[in-house]
Structures are given as structure tokens and as C-alpha cells.
Write a protein that binds this ligand. Structure first.
Ligand SMILES: *[C@@H]1O[C@H](CO)[C@@H](O)[C@H](O)[C@H]1NC(C)=O
Ligand SMILES: *[C@@H]1O[C@H](CO)[C@@H](O)[C@H](O)[C@H]1NC(C)=O
Ligand SMILES: *[C@@H]1O[C@H](CO)[C@@H](O)[C@H](O)[C@H]1NC(C)=O
Ligand SMILES: *[C@@H]1O[C@H](CO)[C@@H](O)[C@H](O)[C@H]1NC(C)=O
Ligand SMILES: *[C@@H]1O[C@H](CO)[C@@H](O)[C@H](O)[C@H]1NC(C)=O
Ligand SMILES: *[C@@H]1O[C@H](CO)[C@@H](O)[C@H](O)[C@H]1NC(C)=O
Ligand SMILES: *[C@@H]1O[C@H](CO)[C@@H](O)[C@H](O)[C@H]1NC(C)=O
Ligand SMILES: *[C@@H]1O[C@H](CO)[C@@H](O)[C@H](O)[C@H]1NC(C)=O
Ligand SMILES: *[C@@H]1O[C@H](CO)[C@@H](O)[C@H](O)[C@H]1NC(C)=O
Ligand SMILES: *[C@@H]1O[C@H](CO)[C@@H](O)[C@H](O)[C@H]1NC(C)=O
Length: 510
């Protein structure tokens, strides 16, 4: 690998279409980085801004044709210089098949440095989101001593196809998880060329993206090299889709609907991408299929909560993990009005669930604790979809974790995101959760949360930096210490340390 950090004269190389290392005056140039398979030129940024963005770097070969439904492979050698405009900066995997690109954000003059790296995985229920969902402009206001990386991963039908026939035909299940592994391997190999330290990578994520961090923690049941040093997990959420029967029915139903009855993978590789994505989500929604990563005995060896509970993972921390007080339980699903409705919902989420397990759930969440059946189900859902996993991970790491509860406003799923990604300006088109110049944000609190995050990224401890601006955040320990993010910051006890969480972590529906 050539580790060069030259200045490329933009106009000249565009015209010639060949790499050159000629240096011209800084005003007309953008910095560039030459890797062993491509040369990338920053697309956005300047010295007065203090940072640059290298965007749309391929970290895998296009996942089209024979590579549809396959594990990601190494990117091909590129002869053209990549100025970041080969595709739109907002390219995502729910509308483009050839979507495995990543962005690297570096401070100005990071060459030759060994800066800590914050790698962020977006959320979006495994069906939406992209690498520009949350961007670090606001964080760079506080410090320029880190590098930020965000990578796309396959979504929906392309990222989650699964089941016995699919695998028998040679498909790679849970491609969405393989893609994140591939982007982490890319960081290990190449981030030093941008001034990053591959031994100081913090993997962070929100919602489905936080789940991606947990899928990496438990990858291959812990029998695999770990590709990051620390993790900062925000509201992990996924509904563990259980069982081969459902996965098989889903692959077969989609195959039939697109004219490939029987599920022949060659036939399925010939179907129009947009058609497959549309039909894939329609069939899922028609049959209430959980379009989520599911156990394949391989990269997802078991549900991640079960693997954490059973101590099958390869990670020792440091780690931060958080949830919002009312991730889901303040929302009353109006279609659920009786206990029978609750049972039907549980059978929908967990097709193989047995009666005694349903009874145990109903006992753990007594009707008398809730104003309605809808709220009762919403709290049950909050447990298995969102919060139950946090206790499994905390205990798996011997309580040596930093835990947080987000207690801001309504404190529903995602409330914290406008705080962590608060910025007075944006250099990307707005794309949902990440755009956070929102006027409703308490800026002091947003900056405080950003300081905990950056302190963790830079020192592996949320307390070290800006210690005068924040309260001390103790580890969980035996007291179940949990910081409460609120305009009145405080240390409280964990509301998840209970039988309900432990119950979900055994995954008895499986
Ligand atoms: C630096 O980049 C920012 C964002 O693109 C832009 O607003 C600003 O004008 C640029 N400054 C200079 C001196 O080029
Ligand atoms: C980066 O280096 C250039 C050339 O030495 C210098 O002019 C510029 O001020 C530096 N920028 C920053 C943000 O340190
Ligand atoms: C766990 O990850 C570390 C760090 O990458 C690696 O050295 C070790 O071999 C991994 N353990 C297993 C069982 O693969
Ligand atoms: C597959 O189709 C059958 C027949 O229409 C239906 O009963 C079943 O719910 C579908 N399952 C999935 C997972 O799509
Ligand atoms: C796939 O179908 C979509 C929508 O019908 C269409 O716009 C697109 O051109 C098709 N793509 C190919 C490669 O045929
Ligand atoms: C999904 O259900 C709708 C409404 O019943 C139906 O029109 C549509 O054909 C179904 N889609 C698929 C792919 O089965
Ligand atoms: C802070 O938390 C308290 C206790 O949960 C709550 O009553 C209050 O509304 C919260 N403040 C804000 C600004 O959300
Ligand atoms: C914003 O939060 C800070 C503490 O983080 C608090 O002191 C201040 O009162 C809050 N402002 C408003 C308007 O709630
Ligand atoms: C973790 O904390 C819980 C709750 O206090 C306690 O029951 C458990 O023994 C602790 N585990 C370790 C390894 O200290
Ligand atoms: C925490 O609790 C565990 C289990 O009871 C005990 O072994 C350990 O010594 C305790 N740790 C501290 C720091 O009190």
C-alpha cells in the first residue's frame, strides 16, 4: 500500500483521467489519499472549516449480478481518480443496488497522525438509512482530534434474505451484517492512510445500527477476530426473527411473486433490483414477516441476546450502552384491545413460541400495571425489541460498563439522536434522523452529550475530557449506576435490572 497524501490539481487530473502527484497551490486543490486499489480526493471541506470529507469510497465490489445475495468481496482496482462524485453523496442501499460505499471525514492535516476513529452505523430498521444519516460537523466544533467513518450496508430483501433453500442455493444469509464486517476490515487496512489509528476504533450505532454493533460483538459466536476496540451503543433495536420455517416461506413467497417459483438463485439474480426490493417489502408486510437479521448458525450463530447471556462473544470493553426511558411504551397501538390480541401479536413475532412461555410473559407484565392492553403490549415490545438486550451485555461485561438512560422530553426512540448529532450547520443534504440543527434541542445538553461521546472516542472513558463541563459518570458496578441525560443531569439506578430483561435474554421463544 502506498501511503501518500499529496495534493492533486483538480482540473488537470479530471481532464487527463490519470493519477498524478503534482503539487499546486493549496487554494485550487483538495487533499488526496492513494490506496493500493484507488486514489480518493476529498469532495468537501477546506482548511478554514478544519476538516475534509472523502466520500463514496468503495469498500467492496459492486453487489450486483453474481454478487447479489453474496458475501461482500474486495473492491476492484480503479484506474480513474475518485473525486467522490461517482454516485450521489446520499446514495443508499434501499434505492440503489450498487451501494457499498463509505465516507471518511478527517481533520485538516491529519496525514501521518494516529488519530482515534469513530465509526458510526446508521439505524433505520434494516430497511432504511444511509451513511449520511448522522454526520460529525457538530462534533468537529468541539474537537478535531478524531476521524469519522460511516459505511452503507445492504438493506431490506438484499440485506436480509435467509432460509434453508436460499443457503442451499449458495446465498449468504444476513448480508447486512457481512457488509458491516467488510467495512470494519476496510478500516483496519486503510484508515492509517487517512491519519487514523486502526487500534483505536470505536464502533457506534443507533437502533438497527446499534444492533449491528451487537451482531459484530457476537459474530460467529465469538470465534472471530474483533475489529474494533470499544463500543458506544445507542438504543439497540431488533426483533429477533426466529426459525427456518418463516425464513423459508418468505424466500419462497418472494421468489414465486417475481416469477422464480422454487427459489432458484440464478433466476433471482436476474430479477430487476427495484422489483425485488418492492415485492420483498410487500410480502414481508402482508405476512408480518420480521425483516431483520436472523439466526443462521454462522455469522449470526444465535440471537445476540442469547449469545451475550451465554457468554459467547469476543469483546471485553470499554463500552457505553444507552436506552430511552420510553422507547416504545408510551405509544398505545389502537388495534390491540384485549389479552387475546396480545397473544396473537406475540405469536406473530415469535411463530414457534409455546403456551407456557406466553404465560410467563403475561405474568411478568401484569394487566393491572397498565391502563390498556395496548400499553401492556407496548411495554412488552419495548422489552424484547429495544431494552432487554442492554442488561445481557452489561452483565456479560461484569458490570464494567457505562450505562445511560435518555430522559429528555418524551424520551421515545431516537430522541437522543438530535442531541448527539447537533450542529449549527450541515454539509450533506438532510436525510432524516441526523440533521439536528433543530430549534427544540437544548444546546447545552447537546454539547454535554457530545463531550461524553468524544471523550470516550478519544480516551476510552467518557469522563476524561471536559471534566469540568459534565458530571462524573460512574461505571455500572454493583449499584447499577446509570447516568440520566436530562437538563438536570443525575446518576440514577438501572430501570432494566429486573426479571423481565433476564427473561428476554434467554430467548425462550426460539
Ligand atoms: C469552506 O467550506 C465551507 C463548506 O463547504 C464553505 O461554506 C466555505 O465557504 C469554505 N471556505 C473557504 C474559505 O473556501
Ligand atoms: C494545514 O497545513 C497547512 C500547510 O502547512 C496550513 O497552512 C494550514 O493552516 C493547516 N491547517 C490546519 C487546520 O491546521
Ligand atoms: C478475538 O479478537 C481478538 C482481537 O482481534 C483476536 O486476537 C482473537 O483471536 C479473537 N478471538 C477468537 C476466538 O477468534
Ligand atoms: C407465504 O405465503 C403463504 C401463502 O400465501 C402465507 O400463508 C404465508 O403467511 C406467507 N409467509 C411469508 C413469510 O411470507
Ligand atoms: C427496474 O424497474 C424499475 C421500475 O420498474 C425501472 O425504473 C428500472 O429501469 C428497471 N431497471 C432495470 C435495470 O431494468
Ligand atoms: C399484498 O397484499 C395486498 C393487499 O391484500 C395485495 O394486493 C398484494 O398483491 C400483496 N402483495 C404480494 C406481493 O403478495
Ligand atoms: C428530566 O427528567 C425528569 C424526571 O424524569 C422529567 O420529569 C423532566 O421532564 C425531564 N426534563 C426534560 C427537559 O425532559
Ligand atoms: C438546558 O440544559 C441545561 C443543562 O444541561 C440547563 O441548565 C438549562 O436550564 C436548560 N435550558 C432550558 C431552556 O431548559
Ligand atoms: C452486577 O450487578 C448486579 C446487580 O447489582 C449483581 O447482581 C451482579 O452480581 C454483578 N455482577 C458482577 C460480575 O459483579
Ligand atoms: C459485586 O458483587 C459481586 C457478586 O456479589 C461480588 O463478587 C463483588 O465483589 C462485588 N463487587 C464490588 C466492587 O463490590
Amino acid at each position: 500500500m502506498r501511503l501518500t497524501w499529496g495534493f492533486l490539481p483538480l482540473a488537470a487530473t479530471l481532464a487527463a483521467g490519470v493519477p498524478t502527484t503534482t503539487t499546486t497551490t493549496a487554494s485550487s486543490t483538495m487533499p488526496s489519499v492513494a490506496l493500493d486499489y484507488c486514489t480518493v480526493v476529498a469532495a468537501v471541506g477546506n482548511d478554514s472549516l478544519g476538516f475534509y470529507r472523502y466520500q463514496n469510497i468503495r469498500f467492496a465490489a459492486p453487489v450486483t449480478g453474481d454478487l447479489r445475495f453474496a458475501k461482500p468481496e474486495l473492491p476492484l482496482v480503479e484506474t480513474e481518480i475518485n473525486y467522490g462524485n461517482i454516485v450521489s453523496e446520499s446514495i443508499d442501499c434501499s434505492t440503489s443496488e450498487d451501494c457499498l460505499f463509505l465516507d471518511v471525514w478527517t481533520p485538516a492535516n491529519s496525514t501521518g497522525k494516529k488519530l482515534p476513529v469513530l465509526m458510526y452505523v446508521y439505524g433505520g430498521g434494516f430497511t432504511g438509512g444511509s451513511k449520511i444519516q448522522s454526520t460529525p460537523e457538530g462534533l468537529f466544533d468541539l474537537s478535531k482530534d478524531f476521524i469519522f467513518v460511516a459505511a452503507n450496508y445492504r438493506l431490506g430483501f438484499m440485506g436480509l434474505a435467509n432460509g434453508p433453500t436460499f443457503e442451499h442455493e449458495g446465498g449468504a444469509s444476513n448480508a447486512a451484517v457481512w457488509d458491516v464486517t467488510q467495512s470494519l476490515e476496510w478500516v483496519q487496512k486503510y484508515i492509517s492512510a487517512f491519519g487514523g489509528d486502526p487500534d483505536a476504533v470505536t464502533l457506534s450505532g443507533f437502533s438497527a445500527g446499534a444492533s449491528q454493533v451487537m451482531f459484530q460483538l457476537t459474530r460467529f459466536g465469538g470465534r472471530a477476530p474483533q475489529l474494533f476496540k470499544s463500543a458506544y451503543i445507542m438504543s439497540p433495536g431488533y426483533v429477533p426473527g426466529a426459525g427456518h420455517h418463516q425464513a423459508e416461506a418468505y424466500w419462497q413467497n418472494v421468489s414465486t411473486a417475481v416469477g422464480c417459483a422454487g427459489g432458484d438463485i440464478t433466476c433471482m439474480r436476474g430479477v430487476n433490483y427495484t422489483t425485488l426490493m418492492t415485492v420483498g417489502s410487500e410480502v414481508a408486510s402482508n405476512s408480518s414477516y420480521q425483516l431483520q437479521p436472523r439466526v443462521d448458525g454462522n455469522i449470526v450463530a444465535d440471537t445476540y441476546e442469547a449469545q451475550l447471556y451465554q457468554k459467547r462473544f469476543n469483546f471485553t470493553g470499554p463500552l457505553v450502552i444507552s436506552h430511552e426511558r420510553h422507547e416504545e411504551n408510551s405509544q398505545n397501538p389502537s388495534t390491540v384491545t384485549s389479552e387475546a390480541d396480545i397473544v396473537a401479536e406475540l405469536q406473530m413475532y415469535f411463530p414457534a413460541i409455546t403456551e407456557d412461555v406466553i404465560e410467563e410473559i403475561l405474568r411478568l407484565y401484569p394487566a393491572s400495571h397498565y391502563p390498556s392492553a395496548g400499553y401492556r403490549l407496548a411495554d412488552i415490545r419495548q422489552g424484547f425489541d429495544m431494552t432487554g438486550k442492554n442488561l445481557a451485555l452489561t452483565q456479560a461485561l461484569h458490570n464494567e460498563t457505562w450505562n445511560a438512560i435518555v430522559n429528555i422530553g418524551e424520551a421515545t426512540h431516537g430522541t437522543d439522536q438530535t442531541y448527539y448529532w447537533y450542529s449549527t450547520y450541515s454539509t450533506v443534504p438532510t436525510n432524516g434522523l441526523g440533521d439536528s440543527s433543530s430549534s427544540s434541542v437544548n444546546v447545552t445538553l447537546a454539547r454535554t452529550m457530545q463531550k461524553y461521546l468524544l471523550s470516550f472516542v478519544q480516551t476510552a472513558n467518557p469522563n476524561t475530557l471536559w471534566s469540568d463541563d459534565k458530571i462524573y459518570w460512574p461505571k455500572y458496578g454493583n449499584m447499577t449506576n446509570t447516568i440520566s441525560f436530562n437538563t438536570t443531569m443525575s446518576i440514577t439506578v438501572d430501570d432494566l435490572a429486573n426479571d423481565k430483561s433476564l427473561f428476554w435474554n434467554k430467548a425462550l421463544w426460539y
